[in-house]
Design a protein around this ligand. Structure first.
Ligand code: SF4
Ligand code: FES
Length: 273
């Protein structure tokens, strides 16, 4: 099949970008979308032109490196599918496809279809880590993990950090991603000692990274290649309210949340500065 691609070309974060049209010929149904772009790039290189930059690594839907908009839809619109796993059999001869990078203030364009998603890394970093051996028979004295908790944690851990949820959200919110990362650890018994602290730290980190706020559109869930459910956002919000209610001793600064008077141990009420 032959395709027309309109691809966003931008040299770096500070350069002006624009769409450039390319014809791609002899695409087979067996190719993946990224293999089709490889073929385009080989053609561009043979003509002495600069290839199109796009992120990829595993090409198996595992690493979360790949991702861009195809005709305005993150990862191309096949449910539960990353763009590296997207097959060309879903397209037809003569199709015209527009490819552009994630559009979000928190994800500046590095080049062409590649954006900088290190804001996600900083949110994860803010949450710290826990030690919970996986993949082998537990020691006899290990903390037991209830099956339901293990399943929920595993479902949350499926998030690959691709950023499609942010790109699809009209507010460029990172709530689905952050809620998955929080739920991953907060549902495990090993994650309980720092549950409040982790939730607060990650939500504050998210707010500081210029992501928008959730207004319940659900676009994130619709495009998520790992089908992370909106339910995790509800769980994160419950954990956040619980953490705020319990009020750690140190002052809490959460953008958008009103600070109420603090009750000290003597039962007297004092205003926090
Ligand atoms: S929640 Fe889904 S769409 Fe968002 S980063 Fe994780 S895997 Fe990607
Ligand atoms: S390249 Fe690893 S998920 Fe697509």
């Amino acid at each position: 099949m032959n395709l027309t691609l309109r691809i966003w070309r931008q040299q770096n974060a500070n350069a002006l970008g624009s769409f450039v049209s390319y014809q791609v010929k002899d695409v087979t149904a067996e190719m993946s979308f990224l293999e089709m772009l490889d073929a385009l790039n080989e053609n561009l290189l043979s003509r002495g032109e600069v290839p199109v930059a796009f992120d990829h690594d595993c090409r198996e839907g595992i690493c979360g490196s790949c991702g861009f908009l195809i005709n305005g839809v993150a990862h191309g619109g096949q449910r539960g599918t990353t763009v590296c796993q997207l097959s060309m059999r879903f397209f037809k001869d003569g199709d015209s496809l527009t490819l552009e990078p994630w559009r979000a203030r928190a994800f500046p364009v590095i080049r062409d279809l590649i954006v900088n998603r290190s804001a996600f890394d900083r949110i994860i970093q803010a949450g710290g880590f826990i030690s919970a051996p996986t993949g082998s028979a537990p020691d006899a004295n290990a903390i037991l993990v209830p099956k339901e908790a293990a399943d929920t944690s595993f479902d949350a851990a499926a998030c690959i950090g691709c950023g499609a949820c942010v790109a699809a959200c009209p507010n460029a919110a990172a709530m689905l991603f952050t809620s998955a990362k929080i739920t991953h650890l907060n549902t495990l018994p090993q994650g309980q000692p720092q549950r409040d602290q982790r939730t607060l730290a990650m939500v504050v980190a998210m707010a500081n990274e210029h992501f928008g706020s959730c207004t319940n559109h659900g676009e994130c869930e619709a495009v998520c290649p790992k089908e992370i459910p909106l339910e995790f956002i509800g769980m994160m919000n419950r954990d956040l309210m619980r953490a705020v209610w319990r009020r750690h001793r140190e002052p809490l600064v959460i953008p958008g949340i009103v600070q109420h008077p603090f009750h000290d141990h003597a039962g007297t009420e004092t205003e926090r500065s």
